[in-house]
Design a protein around this ligand. Structure first.
Ligand SMILES: *[C@@H]1O[C@H](CO)[C@@H](O)[C@H](O)[C@H]1NC(C)=O
Ligand SMILES: *[C@@H]1O[C@H](CO)[C@@H](O)[C@H](O)[C@H]1NC(C)=O
Ligand SMILES: *[C@@H]1O[C@H](CO)[C@@H](O)[C@H](O)[C@H]1NC(C)=O
Ligand SMILES: *[C@@H]1O[C@H](CO)[C@@H](O)[C@H](O)[C@H]1NC(C)=O
Ligand SMILES: *[C@@H]1O[C@H](CO)[C@@H](O)[C@H](O)[C@H]1NC(C)=O
Ligand SMILES: *[C@@H]1O[C@H](CO)[C@@H](O)[C@H](O)[C@H]1NC(C)=O
Ligand SMILES: *[C@@H]1O[C@H](CO)[C@@H](O)[C@H](O)[C@H]1NC(C)=O
Ligand SMILES: *[C@@H]1O[C@H](CO)[C@@H](O)[C@H](O)[C@H]1NC(C)=O
Ligand SMILES: *[C@@H]1O[C@H](CO)[C@@H](O)[C@H](O)[C@H]1NC(C)=O
Ligand SMILES: *[C@@H]1O[C@H](CO)[C@@H](O)[C@H](O)[C@H]1NC(C)=O
Ligand SMILES: *[C@@H]1O[C@H](CO)[C@@H](O)[C@H](O)[C@H]1NC(C)=O
Ligand SMILES: *[C@@H]1O[C@H](CO)[C@@H](O)[C@H](O)[C@H]1NC(C)=O
Length: 449
């Protein structure tokens, strides 16, 4: 009796991870790129799930034609060959509207996890979304196939998932976003390659959304939308879901065409403590890019861009609280976004079309901005806009000169001891720069005094 009780407990409370390897070929996948392997692949993942995890292998040298599938806890998705996504919504199942997309339901992502823990995606292979017909229907008419009235599938979406590693994989031509980390915690992404044509529609690279503790490094993007987009839900939906994205490091990245190193525009639950470091871009629409608009609500704060090199971008630095081009009347406190404590240091841009686009709101200025060691060379139009953006700009190292609306006389001490300056200039303020607090003395600063 006691023995039975112990065995029962050990099975139900301490489920063992068998750590077995499951090849999709063993479950009937053909891998010739033509036969539909969806059911074989779903069966393989179900077998892994039944033993509480394991390594699921898509063998090298094969191309597996597959619709969407779910990945569960303790699975290593080992994509050594190619997963080829059919251009037809019959291979997908609809999922309810998510807080990130407003009210419209969508097709399930090709690879998806939900309420899971400990998932790895790797293998050196390719997930090819063959997205072009999806870009067309989204651009022209969502009711046309393959969209058929639903939001497009992302390539990979890990949702409510803890402990994630993604490395050594190529994500290609997603119907929509490539890698959507949605309410994830403890994530490490490295050596990932994401590509799509530069004119493809909404093919974001790395979407870090309502997520905490992220390290994204040594990876590549060349595509048609934001290389990186740090988000936290849209308007009411984001504020209700209510998870602030925080503690994110993005470093050592190489980027070709893209729309930028972005935060927003969906940031309604807030974005805090994000560092972009050592990033080179060539041919992008923007470098650092922070975007929101009235109605979003949420606070973007403690953001650092450092050691950024930009070649041939359209707008070097693009910060706007008027993202939507149409006029949106002023809103109330909960629905008005705030940008505070944005630091840009050690940035070099060559051959930009525009240098600065800084566009705060009269009722919510971009405050406590810190700009130091920025050189914009060979810029066609240095300052496209500079409105309602305040803070410190080090005029001796921001070249050719600081954006005109930041009228600060800098007096910056990179130590963190402000006490020696008390009584001088104006009051010292503490700023968050390069992941540490510095002391800054502001002689003359609009919006802060
Ligand atoms: C995984 O297994 C659990 C039971 O252990 C079940 O509830 C769940 O539906 C399975 N998920 C998939 C995708 O097979
Ligand atoms: C994946 O899991 C979700 C539930 O989280 C379910 O609604 C959906 O049908 C599953 N998709 C597939 C392809 O089994
Ligand atoms: C994570 O999943 C892998 C693959 O099944 C397994 O080997 C490992 O033990 C799991 N880690 C934890 C902490 O459960
Ligand atoms: C976010 O994910 C965690 C599990 O990782 C879950 O406990 C929590 O309920 C999720 N939040 C929401 C709002 O669904
Ligand atoms: C990424 O993939 C593209 C397209 O296959 C390839 O040209 C490029 O060399 C790859 N980049 C990296 C860093 O792996
Ligand atoms: C900011 O994020 C980094 C990296 O995740 C973390 O080490 C640090 O503790 C965070 N700082 C704060 C003030 O939360
Ligand atoms: C950046 O990448 C290089 C080469 O992979 C590596 O040696 C270096 O440690 C990385 N730097 C950081 C900060 O991760
Ligand atoms: C910066 O990133 C590039 C690309 O990953 C890498 O080769 C280089 O070593 C990095 N530099 C530092 C100082 O980490
Ligand atoms: C603020 O605006 C939001 C969205 O328009 C609305 O839901 C909320 O009730 C408003 N709050 C106040 C205090 O007026
Ligand atoms: C200024 O930034 C450049 C990169 O644009 C960097 O090479 C240089 O070391 C920085 N100078 C200081 C004093 O940090
Ligand atoms: C930001 O700037 C506005 C002016 O638009 C000012 O009224 C407000 O007090 C400032 N807020 C902070 C937190 O500095
Ligand atoms: C910054 O430098 C430019 C060019 O050297 C100069 O015209 C401008 O007056 C300076 N601004 C401040 C606030 O010192």
């Amino acid at each position: 009796m006691l023995l039975h009780f112990i065995i029962f407990c050990s099975i139900s409370y301490f489920q063992q991870i068998h750590g077995q390897t499951y090849s999709v070929l063993q479950f009937g996948a053909i891998g010739n790129g033509k036969t539909d392997d969806t059911n074989a692949i779903r069966a393989t993942l179900a077998a892994a799930n039944n033993s509480n995890g394991g390594r699921v292998v898509f063998d090298s040298g094969y191309t597996f034609l597959s619709g969407c599938f779910n990945v569960t806890s303790n699975v290593i998705l080992d994509v050594r060959g190619t997963i080829l996504v059919p251009q037809n919504s019959s291979y997908f199942v609809p999922v309810p509207a998510l807080p990130w997309m407003g009210g419209i339901p969508g097709w399930q992502s090709i690879v998806r996890s939900y309420n899971a823990q400990n998932i790895t995606i790797t293998g050196g292979g390719v997930i090819d979304g063959q997205g072009s017909p999806w870009w067309d229907c989204a651009r022209n008419n969502l009711s046309l196939p393959p969209c058929n009235g639903f939001n497009r599938p992302n390539l990979v979406q890990l949702y409510n998932t803890i402990d994630v590693v993604v490395y050594n994989i190529h994500l290609k031509d997603s119907p929509m976003w490539n890698l959507h980390l949605a309410n994830t915690t403890n994530v490490h992404i490295y050596n990932v390659n994401i590509t799509a044509p530069s004119d493809s529609h909404n093919t974001d690279g790395y979407d870090i959304d309502c997520s905490v503790n992220m390290l994204l490094e040594n990876s590549f993007y060349n595509g048609g939308d934001d290389a990186i987009a740090v988000k936290s839900g849209i308007d009411y939906f984001g504020r209700t879901f209510g998870r602030t994205t925080a503690n994110v490091i993005i470093r050592n990245m190489t980027i070709g065409t893209s729309h930028g190193l972005s935060i927003g525009s969906e940031m309604s639950a807030g974005v805090r403590n994000v560092t972009f470091q050592n990033i080179t871009m060539n041919g992008s629409g923007a470098g650092p890019r922070i975007k929101s608009q009235r109605g979003r609500g949420g606070v973007v704060q403690d953001i650092t861009y450092q050691d950024i090199t930009l070649y041939n971008v359209d707008t070097a630095i693009d910060i706007t609280m008027n993202y939507s081009k149409k006029y949106i009347p002023p809103t109330n406190d909960t629905a008005t976004p705030k940008f505070i404590n944005i630091n840009i240091v050690n940035l070099h841009a060559e051959n930009s079309n525009y240098g600065w686009y800084l566009d705060g709101l009269p009722e919510s200025a971009v405050n406590n901005t810190f700009l130091s060691n920025i050189t914009l060379t060979n810029t066609k139009h240095l300052i496209q806009l500079c409105d309602y953006t305040y803070g410190i700009c080090d005029n001796s190292t921001v070249l050719p000169y600081c954006p005109t609306c930041i009228q600060a006389e800098p007096c910056v001490d990179m130590s963190s001891d402000c006490t020696q300056y008390l009584g001088q200039c104006s009051s010292p303020v503490y700023l968050f720069v390069e992941n540490r607090v510095i002391c800054a003395i502001l002689a003359k600063i609009v919006g802060l005094e």
